[in-house]
Design a protein around this ligand. Structure first.
Ligand code: NAD
Length: 439
């Protein structure tokens, strides 16, 4: 089977590379010329552990190619993936401009029977709209499959190649066979391909993300109660999560969730409800809790140091929205940095992978020049009034507390991910501010 993947970002690049590694011939298309030029040299535009080795292996075998011109690859393909972004529009709904542009391009370029697979996260009804756009431009036979992606950045290769399940929404038995053939190598261990109709597949993706986000916001709300009543959210988390009906994952209290999926997907889900006259109250509450949670670390700093932070410097450890990625889309660290800059502070930041992305993300702030991007955690802490930990990269987990204390002007830690045992840092002479627990 010849495959064309349109959109070579976190999802398209991982899908294209892994499918090429599975023995298919894959051509990845993106309109971003710099990205494609780099990929042709074997250089990844993103940080994703394990991806570069597979990419270079597939390229050496001639199984993986890159181009900015989709016409020929689409015409030659048996299967075309749509993997472009679906960011939030101003009203919170998913912006489907890129998806529809690719659908129209597919309709114009298609030359022979083609299976079109929508990998992007799209609202219910998008497969129908894509089908109509293609049909208006071709007389070839084709089918549109809804195949949402569940990979996590930072573990994307493992998630794509060893998925918990693969969700496929389609109408025809021929498409079932195509999808079974495409993914046979990924479900050998018995993981299911769950077949359903297009609309249910589209909604499954949003429901899954909203439920995971709900667990996080719920625990963050419980953390606030813990702080107010003198309980320890870490103990509560262990007690709650060991119930097999609940499970231990996505229960960590922290500085809020960010990233390219949860925030935009819960907004888009609410919009889908509103479009049919339904207020999705739980999802709305999840978003509202998260919005204030992202402000929490800045609130704590201001409570401790005062609302005028002029002349103060804060070290920020971690800028990516989570460890093992360079993605800073909607990252809580950027929200905190903006608030501290607004209050007059200067920032010394360090992240192992996300500094360039963060610099772009903060460039529009009038005091962006007050953020220094440093070459290591201790350089970031050097001369700072306090440390604010925002992303739980492993290299931040066991700092040399003596050296850290010597760097900081005041021994104060704000732990936005609850990774430090309060008693250990307190013993080392630090004032500790975590989430949902007292020092
Ligand atoms: P991304 O922004 O990293 O990549 C999208 C790519 O599409 C970009 O490289 C862009 O240049 C390209 N593009 C846009 N319009 C194009 C066009 N007309 N022709 C060719 N290329 C075009 O996005 P992503 O994070 O990979 O997400 C893609 C989709 O997958 C989204 O719908 C997202 O919600 C979903 N998703 C993302 C993740 C994740 O962890 N990032 C996980 C599951 C699902």
């Amino acid at each position: 089977m010849r495959i064309c993947v349109v959109g070579t970002g976190y999802v398209g690049l991982v899908a294209g590379t892994c499918l090429a590694d599975q023995g298919f011939h894959v051509i990845c298309v993106d309109r971003d010329e710099a990205k494609i030029a780099g990929l042709k040299e074997g250089n990844l535009p993103i940080y994703e552990p394990g991806l570069e080795d597979i990419l270079r292996r597939a390229m050496r075998k001639g199984a993986l190619e890159f181009t900015t011109d989709g016409h020929g690859p689409i015409a030659a393909a048996d299967v075309v993936y749509i993997a472009v972004g679906t960011p939030s529009s101003e009203d919170g709904s998913a912006d489907l401009g890129a998806v529809y542009a690719v659908a129209e391009q597919i309709g114009e370029a298609m030359d022979g029977p083609t299976t079109v697979v929508i990998k992007s996260t799209v609202p219910v009804g998008t497969a129908d709209a894509v089908r109509a756009r293609i049909a208006a431009r071709t007389t070839e036979t084709f089918d549109v499959i809804s195949n949402p992606e569940f990979l996590k950045e930072g573990a994307a290769v493992e998630d794509f190649t060893h998925p918990d399940r693969i969700v496929v929404g389609c109408a025809s038995p021929e498409s079932v066979k195509v999808m079974q053939a495409l993914y046979a190598g990924l479900v050998r261990t018995g993981r299911p391909i769950v077949f359903m109709d297009n609309r249910s597949a589209e909604l499954t993706k949003y429901a899954a993300n909203a439920l995971l986000a709900t667990k996080i916001s719920f625990m963050n709300e419980i953390a606030r109660l813990c702080e107010a009543v003198g309980a320890d959210v870490e103990a509560v988390r262990l007690g709650v999560g060991s119930d097999s009906r609940i499970g231990p994952r996505f229960l960590f209290a922290g500085a809020g969730f960010g990233g390219s999926c949860f925030p935009k997907d819960i907004r888009a889900l609410q919009e889908q409800g509103r479009a049919v006259g339904l207020e999705l109250e739980i999802t709305a509450a999840v978003e509202s809790v998260n919005r204030s949670q992202k402000d929490l670390m800045a609130d704590k700093v201001i409570q401790r140091f005062g609302s005028d932070l002029s002349g103060k410097t804060f070290a920020i450890w971690g800028l990516a929205f989570k460890p093992r990625t360079d993605d800073v889309r909607e990252a809580p660290a950027l929200v905190v940095i903006r608030r501290l800059l607004d209050a007059g502070a200067s920032i010394q930041a360090y992240d192992p992978e996300a500094m360039t992305e963060a610099q772009h993300g903060l460039a529009d702030h009038p005091r962006a020049s007050e953020v220094a991007y440093t070459d290591g955690p201790l350089t970031a802490a050097d001369g700072a009034d306090a440390l604010v930990l925002m992303t739980e990269w492993s290299e931040f987990r066991n700092p040399d507390l003596q050296a850290l204390g010597d760097c900081l002007v005041q021994r104060v830690i704000f732990d936005g991910r609850n990774i430090y045992p309060p008693e250990v840092v307190a013993e080392a002479g630090f004032e500790y501010h975590g989430i949902g627990r007292t020092a």
